[in-house]
Design a protein around this ligand. Structure first.
Ligand code: WT7
Length: 649
C-alpha cells in the first residue's frame, strides 16, 4: 500500500447534515455562485470588490505579472475605516450597535456605529498629534477591549500599518516584533482582566522598549486603573489625548495595495514571520467571506467571534469583515471559565447571539467540562456555528452541533491561515451538505487542491499536501522585509502553487479533509498516518474529551504512535480503559493506527492560540529534555505531563 493510500483510507465518517431548509431558502450565497466564479474567477472578484465603497473604483482586477507578488485592484483607492464605519452612519445606520462589549468583571458597554465613528476619528487625530504619518508602523498590545478595534481602525484610517501583538506575549516577543516592524508608536493599556484579576500589560512594554529606541511614544489606555510606571515625555494616556481631539477627520483614500497591517505568525521554528496584508483585496475577501460563510443578516443577526484580536481571526472576523458588513457583534474581554464555566453560554443568552464562531480547542474543553453546563442556558437564539484553527474532530463537531447548536444549526468548518487573510475552504451554510470533520470545498473564487510529492494532483480518495493554485485577493503580499523568505516558504515547494504546509486528503466526493501540519504526519512501518485522524478516533470514544498524538522514534516501526488523552469528567483512568482505547482506535482506523502507548493527562501543551504543541510531546515520548516552551500558554503543563512518563528522566 502506498503512503497516499494509507492516508486516504483511514477515517470513514459517514454522517451527513443537510442545510436547514429555511436557512437555505434565504441564504446570502447559493450554489449558483460556484458556477459563476468558475466561469470567470476575476470577474467574480471584481464583482465582490463592489461590496466596498471606493473613492476611486478599480479598473484592474489582478496583476500577476511578477509572481508570486500579486496586486489586486491596483488602480483603486479606498479607506478601510470609512468602509467599516463612516459609510454605515452615512447610510442612516448610526444607531445600530456595532459592538456589545462584555468585560470580564461583568461591566458592559454598547457602542453604536455613530459612536464608533467619533472614537475612530478622535483616535486618528490623536495619532497625527503624536507625529504618526501614513506608512509609519504602530504596534498594538491591548486586551480585548473596544479600544483595540478603535486603535486598529484609526491606524487604517491614516494609512499607518498596525502590528497587533497578542497581549499574552512576553516582553521579549513584543520587542522582537516591534524591532522587526520598526514601529514608531506602541498602543497598550495599564492592564486587562484575566481570570478574575487585573493583569498588567504596560510593564512588558516598558521592558521591551529598553531594546527599541526608535519608539517615540507609548499610548496607554486606562482599563484596570492599576498603578502604572510612567516615562514622562514618552507615555501618553489615551483618554487624555483623545478627549481633546475633534470628531471630524476626513479619511484619505489609500491605494488598494497600501499596507494595512503586519501580523506575526508565532512560527514553531525560526524567527517569526511578519505577514503583510494590504488594503483593497484584503477587505474585499474578508467582507465577502463573512457575508457568505456566516450568512450574516446585519439587520437581525448578533454575531460573536470568540478569538482574540491578536490573531488573524480577530483581525478578519472581529474587526474588518464584520464591520465592513455593518454587523452587530459581541466582544468579550476574558476567559471562558471566569467566573464560571458557563460564561460563554451566559453571554450568548444575554445578547441573543445568533452566529457563534469559535475554535475546536474550546469546544473540546466544553466537552471535558460536561454537557450539563451548556444545558443550563438558553441557547435557542443561535442559528449558525463556526469553527477555526485546527481540524475539528468529528465527535467534537457532533457535540458542538447537539449541545450548543441544539441539533438545528449548520456548522461551518473554516480552513484558512494568517497568510491567506480570509476563509478559503469551508462549507456554505445554505448549500453544502455538511460532513463532520471536513472543511470540504474551496469557496467560490478560490482554487485549492491536494497534490503528491511530485506535485501531481491526487485522485479522489487519496491524500497529500494542500495547495492553492490561483492567487486570491486577501493573500499575503510578502513577509515584511524578506521577499526571499516569502518565495522560499510558500512558492518553492511546488512550482507556481502556494504550499500551505498542511496535509490533506480528498474523499470519494472530492471534498477536502485537513490532516494537520505536514510536520505532524507520522510514518509507521512505512505507512503515513495523520495525527489528526488518530486523535479523532480517540475523541470518538465516549470517555475521551481531548487527545494529542505524536510519532516517537521506534527501533522496529520507524515511528510508533504515542497518544496523550484527557478523559471526560466522568471517566477514571485504568489499564482496562487504556486497552479499550487502543482497541477502539484499531476498530475505527485499522490495526496499523493503534497507539503503542496511551497516557492519560489532565492538560495538553498548547500555544496561546490553542494549538497543540506536538513537538513538546514528541520530546516527552522520546525521553528527551523538553525544547523551547516560551510560546506555551501555560509552561507548567509540561512538568505535569512528564511526571506521567514512567521513564521520564
Ligand atoms: C493553520 C493556520 C485561520 C485562523 C486561525 C489559525 C490550521 C486552521 C483549520 C480548519 C483544519 C485548520 C491549519 C492552518 N487550521 N483552520 N478549519 N481545519 N486546520 O491561523 O495560526 O495562521 O494557523 O491552522 O493547520 O495551516 P494560523
Amino acid at each position: 500500500m502506498s503512503s497516499n493510500e494509507s492516508l486516504a483510507n483511514l477515517l470513514k465518517e459517514e454522517r451527513r447534515f443537510a442545510p436547514p431548509g429555511e436557512l437555505a431558502a434565504a441564504a446570502n450565497v447559493t450554489a449558483e455562485a460556484y458556477g459563476r466564479a468558475k466561469a470567470d474567477r476575476l470577474a467574480f472578484w471584481a464583482e465582490q470588490a463592489r461590496r466596498l465603497t471606493w473613492a476611486q473604483e478599480p479598473t484592474q482586477t489582478l496583476d500577476w505579472s511578477n509572481p508570486p507578488f500579486a496586486k489586486w485592484f491596483a488602480d483603486g483607492k479606498l479607506n478601510v475605516a470609512y468602509n467599516c464605519v463612516d459609510r454605515h452612519v452615512e447610510a442612516g445606520l448610526g444607531d445600530r450597535v456595532a459592538i456589545h462589549f462584555e468585560g470580564e468583571p461583568g461591566d458592559s458597554r454598547a457602542i453604536t456605529y455613530a459612536e464608533l465613528k467619533d472614537e475612530v476619528a478622535k483616535a486618528a487625530n490623536a495619532l497625527l498629534e503624536l507625529g504618526i504619518r501614513k506608512g509609519d508602523r504602530v504596534a498594538v498590545y491591548l486586551p480585548m477591549i473596544p479600544e483595540a478595534v478603535v486603535a486598529m481602525l484609526a491606524c487604517a484610517r491614516i494609512g499607518a500599518p498596525h502590528s497587533v501583538v497578542f497581549g499574552g506575549f512576553s516582553a521579549d516577543a513584543v520587542a522582537s516584533r516591534i524591532q522587526d516592524a520598526d514601529a514608531k508608536l506602541v498602543i497598550t493599556a495599564d492592564g486587562g482582566y484575566r481570570r478574575g484579576k487585573p493583569s498588567a500589560l504596560k510593564p512588558a512594554i516598558d521592558t521591551a522598549l529598553e531594546s527599541c529606541p526608535q519608539v517615540e511614544h507609548v499610548l496607554v489606555v486606562r482599563r484596570t486603573g492599576q498603578e502604572t510606571a510612567w516615562t514622562e515625555g514618552r507615555d501618553v494616556w489615551w483618554d487624555e489625548i483623545t478627549a481633546r481631539q475633534s470628531t471630524a477627520h476626513t479619511p484619505e483614500a489609500h491605494d488598494a495595495e497600501h499596507p494595512l497591517f503586519i501580523l506575526y505568525t508565532s512560527g514553531t521554528t525560526g524567527k517569526p514571520k511578519g505577514i503583510l496584508h494590504t488594503t483593497g483585496g484584503y477587505l474585499t475577501q474578508t467582507a465577502f467571506t463573512h457575508h457568505a460563510v456566516f450568512d450574516l443578516k446585519p439587520e437581525t443577526d448578533v454575531y460573536w467571534c470568540t478569538a482574540d484580536i491578536g490573531w488573524v481571526t480577530g483581525h478578519s472576523y472581529i474587526v474588518y469583515g464584520p464591520l465592513a458588513n455593518g454587523a452587530t457583534q459581541v466582544m468579550y474581554e476574558g476567559t471562558p471559565d471566569t467566573p464560571h464555566q458557563g460564561r460563554i453560554f451566559e453571554i450568548v443568552q444575554k445578547y441573543g447571539v445568533t452566529i457563534l464562531y469559535t475554535a475546536p480547542t474550546l469546544i473540546r474543553t466544553w466537552m471535558k467540562w460536561g454537557d450539563a453546563i451548556p444545558a443550563k442556558f438558553d441557547l435557542s437564539s443561535l442559528r449558525l456555528l463556526g469553527s477555526v484553527g485546527e481540524p475539528i474532530n468529528p465527535e467534537a463537531w457532533i457535540w458542538y452541533r447537539e449541545h450548543i447548536g441544539g441539533g438545528r444549526c449548520p456548522i461551518v468548518d473554516t480552513w484558512w491561515q494568517t497568510e491567506t487573510g480570509s476563509i478559503m475552504i469551508s462549507p456554505l451554510p445554505g448549500v453544502t451538505e455538511a460532513k463532520p470533520g471536513s472543511a470540504q470545498v474551496p469557496l467560490p473564487g478560490i482554487s485549492a487542491t491536494v497534490v503528491d510529492d511530485e506535485a501531481h494532483e491526487v485522485p479522489d480518495g487519496s491524500g497529500g499536501y494542500l495547495v492553492l493554485t490561483e492567487p486570491w485577493p486577501s493573500m499575503l503580499r510578502t513577509i515584511w522585509g524578506d521577499d526571499q523568505r516569502y518565495v522560499d516558504t510558500y512558492w518553492s515547494r511546488f512550482e507556481g502553487r502556494y504550499f500551505a504546509g498542511d496535509g490533506a486528503k480528498k474523499d470519494e466526493d472530492g471534498d477536502i479533509w485537513l490532516l494537520g501540519r505536514v510536520d505532524d504526519v507520522m510514518l509507521v512501518s512505512g505507512h503515513n498516518i495523520s495525527t489528526t485522524e488518530v486523535e479523532s478516533a480517540l475523541v470518538s470514544h465516549p470517555q475521551v474529551a481531548e487527545a494529542a498524538v505524536v510519532g516517537a522514534t521506534d527501533a522496529t516501526t520507524g515511528q510508533a504512535i504515542v497518544a496523550f488523552v484527557i478523559l471526560r469528567g466522568t471517566a477514571t483512568d485504568s489499564e482496562e480503559l487504556v486497552a479499550e482505547l487502543r482497541d477502539h482506535v484499531g476498530k475505527v482506523l485499522g490495526p496499523i493506527a493503534k497507539p503503542k502507548r496511551i497516557l492519560t493527562v489532565s492538560e495538553l501543551p498548547k500555544t496561546r492560540s490553542g494549538k497543540i504543541m506536538r513537538r513538546l510531546l514528541r520530546d516527552v515520548a522520546e525521553n528527551r529534555a523538553v525544547g523551547d516552551v516560551t510560546t506555551l500558554a501555560d509552561s507548567t503543563v509540561m512538568d505535569l505531563i512528564q511526571s506521567k512518563m514512567p521513564t521520564a528522566p
